[in-house]
Design a protein around this ligand. Structure first.
Ligand code: NAD
Length: 435
């Protein structure tokens, strides 16, 4: 099929390339000429495992091209919208990129074509955009098809998702849209991926409610970490024990520094703002607590680090290991790790930070920090070591080797990803989160 993907960021670039891998003929559009030039040269504009390989493969087949010219989408049977929906000033989603992309797209949409929203939007957005589309091209259809990919697993999640949700209008128009989307996702459907056909409002809500649930699960265990910290309990053992209950489950139950990134934080804030707009001022009040528990973890880590430094960070050397909001990504949007590094530096510490992939993205936001090219460089002469993103490289650190580099053997495991015993045996003061 001929497909266009509008917006080639973390979601759109992976989606465009994956669609080409599945055999479709794809044009990827973005307003950022630097991103488009990189993609056209076969260079992934961000770090995502597997993306460079499928990008080169797709470019070699000639089935994909990238452009800044929206008019090049003409003739595509399906137009995917994958532009950003960042947090606005008041916490609500900022829809200006969605609105601009749709306004630019509409003159090029032909009869019988589908406009398929993938961006995460407040419930009701699709209905509004459907009216705009109907005014421009009455024989085209707007559907919402939320995306559940996880950064770090984005290629795999796009090609083999755990479920596919179509939010379609009623009647024959919706039935036709389902047929077209079934062709787009034929490979995943043939492999048995569950497919749910719902109305557009439900599709929009599936995405934000899934993220609200995941954020709540993380903040639940982080609230238990707060309790564990004052009672001497171990939140990791607690999570193992309650996680064995199949109704609870062990996944997403790791206490630590909490969630960050370009989705969960802004999605829960936008969801709450939307519920208030909908006349439900208290329905999602709990998400405010979820957010607060999450942000308190950062304060806690700064407090523990300060305590290990004897109460004053001024002029002390802090090795920060990890800047990305999660491992296997270079994404530092709302990253707890980068936030903590910047806070300690603002408080007067000499912060030397290292991340396997996220130094360049961090430098753009916090040029004032000192960045190392290796973990060993960051660790040299450190008065305290902070592990803030659970990259495998940091999990694999040898306590004895680290001990030989640092000035003081003190480590804070912000992700509970290290073996406390091994570090204590090597002479370190080890502090985890809620353990
Ligand atoms: P991003 O900022 O990485 O990418 C957005 C892209 O859209 C940018 O490259 C930007 O230049 C481009 N853009 C902006 N205006 C445009 C326009 N008018 N025309 C063409 N391109 C335009 O953001 P992202 O992480 O890819 O997220 C995109 C959407 O997908 C958001 O709604 C997000 O919530 C949702 N989402 C993201 C993920 C994820 O893991 N990143 C997962 C699921 C859903």
């Amino acid at each position: 099929m001929r497909i266009s993907v509008i917006g080639c960021g973390y979601l759109g670039a992976v989606h465009a390339v994956s669609m080409a891998k599945l055999g479709h003929e794809v044009v990827g559009v973005d307003v950022d000429p630097v991103k488009i030039a990189a993609l056209s040269r076969g260079e992934a504009p961000f770090f995502e495992p597997g993306l460079p390989e499928i990008l080169s493969e797709a470019l070699a087949t000639g089935r994909i091209r990238f452009t800044t010219e929206i008019a090049d989408v003409a003739g595509s049977e399906v137009h995917f919208l994958a532009v950003g929906t960042p947090q606005g000033a008041d916490g609500a989603a900022d829809l200006r990129y969605v609105d601009a992309a749709v306004a630019a797209l509409l003159p090029h949409v032909g009869a019988g074509q589908l406009v398929v929203g993938k961006s995460t939007v407040p419930v009701g957005t699709a209905a509004r955009l459907a009216d705009d589309l109907a005014a421009a091209e009455p024989d085209a259809t707007l559907v919402w098809n939320p995306e559940f990919l996880r950064e770090g697993f984005a290629v795999q999640d796009t090609i083999s998702p755990d479920r596919i949700v179509y939010g379609v209008p009623d009647g024959v128009e919706g039935e036709r849209a389902v047929e077209v989307l079934d062709d787009v996702y034929a490979a995943a459907l043939a492999a048995g991926t569950p497919r749910l056909v719902v109305d557009r409002a439900t599709a929009e809500l599936v995405k934000v409610s899934a993220n609200a649930f995941l954020a709540t699960k993380i903040s639940f265990i982080n609230a238990m970490a707060e309790i564990a910290e004052v009672t001497g309990a171990d939140v990791t053992a607690l999570a193992d024990a309650i996680g064995l209950d199949a109704r609870i489950g062990r996944r997403f139950l790791n206490a630590g520094l909490g969630f960050g990134g370009g989705c969960l934080p802004k999605d829960i804030r936008a969801f709450r703002a939307r519920s208030i707009e909908l006349g439900l001022p208290h329905t999602l009040d709990f998400l405010e607590d979820v957010d607060a528990v999450n942000l308190r973890r950062r304060d806690r880590l700064v407090d523990v680090a300060t305590e290990l430094l004897g109460g004053d960070v001024q002029g002390r050397r802090v090795a920060v290991l990890g800047l990305a909001f999660k491992p296997d990504s270079d994404d530092v949007r709302d990253s707890p790790a980068l936030d903590i590094a910047a806070r300690l530096r603002a408080a007067g510490a000499v912060v030397v930070a290292y991340d396997p992939e996220a130094v360049h993205t961090s430098q753009r936001v916090h040029p004032e920090l000192t960045y190392a090219e290796s973990a060993a460089e960051a660790l040299g002469g450190a008065d305290v070591v902070l592990v803030l993103t659970e990259w495998q490289e940091f999990r694999d650190l040898e306590p004895a080797a680290v001990g030989a580099l640092v000035a003081a053997k003190a480590i804070v495991d912000g992700r509970n990803c290290l073996d406390p015993q091994a570090w204590r045996q090597a002479g370190f003061t080890y502090r985890g989160m809620g353990r």
